[in-house]
Design a protein around this ligand. Structure first.
Ligand code: NDP
Ligand code: 13P
Length: 341
């Protein structure tokens, strides 16, 4: 190793993490165990005060120990943005516009932005990276996304996991990926930012569909067919909206993330869908869950984009009808039976 490389290894990378939910907490844990110093912005002052005092997040992944030598918590966002190389966005997409409303392009100048978000900006039907590019004039080459099958709960328990880091700037994706790797986490870099970002959004809707069918009493056989057909819907959508010849949809950043969300006990989207299948209203399911199911917002955006592109996505359309048009879940799934093969 050259002297410069040795020196680089000793100098910590400075990163801001915006968001205080489960995924932010897991990312803070992984990164702070590596050569990284973190400025962690959390929206609730009481949570900031608690972490400063007890070194644990009181609201999400409460068992994770936060290292105060590596992690400083902030309630004022602008204070958390000074002197860092990366800004990680880990706030559900629906709250991104209100959360970042006081920031301007100066706050992002010279920094790289990493989206850990698997959702869309609801009213504008935009991917988070596109929205950040437009709002803060940040070139896509300074942006990457964290994708792949990775439930925060399992990362917190140090269960072997894999991530895919995507950016049109492969060198950036690779550098960020190096900051994450650990004895229980392996990440790799790819260029297909839009592909994995859209796939992460759509798999949440499919996980909701799986939850709905389970809530209605459908079994493993039906779910396997639902998930196989869902993969074809994802392909149809991506080929229409953002075609890419080198995309391997069977790899873990795409199919893997669909599978973990469709089948895992930890999935919020699946849990949310399950409640709808069991007869909860959307409002009561949201109130019952302390966490956010991104698929609820995403299904409206994906439905509208698919209409613009004149593509038919029967599973997405069924979830849209159930969640936004108060269609009967059982009748929608019965209709779907005719489309699935
Ligand atoms: N959890 C996971 O396993 C993974 C999550 N992701 C993605 O990470 C992103 C963040 O989700 P995650 O960390 O899981 O969040 P959680 O569902 O664990 O927590 C909800 C978060 O949303 C915030 N929030 C709720 N209401 C509002 C509001 N009105 N305005 C602003 N913020 C609000 C909460 O803040 P407060 O506590 O102050 O209410 C909290 O930070 C999502 O896009 C998700 O898809 C990606 C990979 C894995
Ligand atoms: O994206 C995730 C795992 O990769 C988390 O999915 P949920 O939001 O459904 O829990």
């Amino acid at each position: 190793m050259s002297q410069i490389e040795e020196l680089k290894k000793k100098i910590p990378t400075h990163i801001t993490v915006l968001g205080g939910g489960s995924w932010a907490t897991a990312l803070v844990k992984i990164l702070s165990e590596n050569q990284v110093k973190i400025k962690w912005w959390i929206r609730r002052k009481s949570d900031v005060d608690f972490i400063r005092k007890y070194n644990h997040n009181p609201s999400y992944l409460t068992d994770v120990a936060i290292n105060p030598r590596k992690v400083k918590t902030y309630h004022k966002m602008s204070d958390a943005l000074h002197g860092v190389e990366y800004i990680i966005l880990a706030v559900p997409a629906a709250f991104i516009p209100s959360t970042l409303k006081d920031l301007n392009k100066k706050h992002f100048e010279g920094k790289k932005v990493v989206s850990a978000i698997k959702g869309m900006i609801p009213d504008e039907n935009m991917l988070v990276t596109d929205w950040i590019e437009r709002e803060f004039n940040l070139p896509l080459g300074q942006t990457c996304v964290i994708a792949g099958p990775c439930h925060a709960e399992e990362v917190a328990l140090e269960k072997q996991s894999y991530l895919t880091i995507a950016s049109p700037n492969l060198a950036l994706a690779q550098s960020f990926s190096n900051l994450l790797n650990s004895r229980f986490l392996q990440s790799h870099a790819i260029e297909d930012l839009y592909g994995v970002e859209y796939c992460a959004v759509i798999k949440n809707i499919i996980a909701m569909a799986c939850g709905i069918t389970r809530g209605l009493g459908f079994g493993d056989n039906f779910q396997a067919v639902l998930v196989s057909n869902a993969m074809q819907e994802i392909k149809l959508f991506l080929d229409a909206v953002y075609p890419e010849t080198n995309r391997d949809l069977n790899s873990s950043g795409y199919l893997g993330d669909l599978l973990v969300t469709a089948y895992s006990q930890f999935s919020r989207n699946r849990t949310f869908g399950n409640m709808i299948g069991r007869g909860y209203s959307v409002k009561s399911a949201q109130i019952e869950m302390n966490m956010i199911a991104e698929g609820y917002y995403a299904v409206r955006s994906i439905y509208h984009i698919s209409r613009q592109h004149k593509i038919q996505l029967p599973i997405i359309e069924a979830v849209y009808a159930i969640v936004y048009e108060k269609a009967n879940p059982q009748l929608e799934m019965n209709k779907l039976k005719g489309f699935l093969k």
